[in-house]
Design a protein around this ligand. Structure first.
Ligand SMILES: [Zn+2]
Length: 158
C-alpha cells in the first residue's frame, strides 16, 4: 500500500530530501505538539486520528485534533469545519496551518498510496504518528505528491 508500490523505480531511501534542510535547517516540532498527536492517536484506536499542524516556515508549534469524517483503521478525512477553525486560530496567533497529521494504527510511519493520492496540499507538511511504541520512531513528516513523497527531517524541541 505504500507509495513505492507504484513502480520498482521508487526507492524511498534515495528520495529522502528534506525541504526544511534544503532551506537551511531541520524542521522543528514542539514536544507538546508530538504529545498531542500521540494522545489523539491512542484515543482514536482502532481507527486513525487526524488533525492540523500550526506553525511557521521551519517550525511546528501546535497540533490541533480534528474530527475524522471517515473513521477507519486506514483512512481519514479531516472535517473541513475543523480545518477552518484551525486556520482562524492560527492566524489569530500570527501563525499558519502548515500541515496535517494522522495516525497509522499499525505503527508503519510510511505514507500509504491513499495518503499520496489524497494529498491535496503540495506545500503541506504531512506528519504520521504511531500510537503504540513499536521500538522506533513515533512520528515522521513528509511532503506528499500524487505519486511520490519526500521525508522531512524532524527535530523535537522543548
Ligand atoms: Zn496514512
Amino acid at each position: 500500500m505504500a507509495c513505492e508500490a507504484r513502480g520498482p523505480e521508487r526507492k524511498p531511501a534515495d528520495r529522502i530530501v528534506s525541504a526544511a534542510t534544503a532551506a537551511g535547517g531541520l524542521l522543528r516540532i514542539r514536544r507538546a505538539a508530538v504529545d498531542v498527536m500521540l494522545a489523539d492517536a491512542r484515543r482514536a484506536l482502532p481507527n486513525e486520528c487526524c488533525g492540523l499542524l500550526i506553525g511557521a516556515a521551519a517550525s511546528i508549534e501546535r497540533a490541533v485534533p480534528a474530527r475524522n469524517l471517515r473513521p477507519s483503521p486506514d483512512r481519514y478525512l479531516i472535517d473541513p469545519a475543523d480545518h477552518c477553525a484551525a486556520l482562524r486560530a492560527a492566524r489569530a496567533a500570527g501563525l499558519e496551518v502548515v500541515g496535517a497529521y494522522h495516525s497509522h494504527p499499525d505503527g508503519v510511519l510510511r505514507p500509504s498510496e491513499v495518503d499520496c493520492r489524497e494529498a491535496y496540499y503540495p506545500e503541506f507538511i504531512y506528519a504520521i504518528v504511531a500510537p503504540e511504541p513499536a521500538g522506533g520512531r513515533r512520528v515522521a513528516a513528509y511532503r506528499l505528491q500524487r505519486d511520490a513523497y519526500d521525508e522531512i527531517s524532524l527535530r523535537v524541541v522543548p
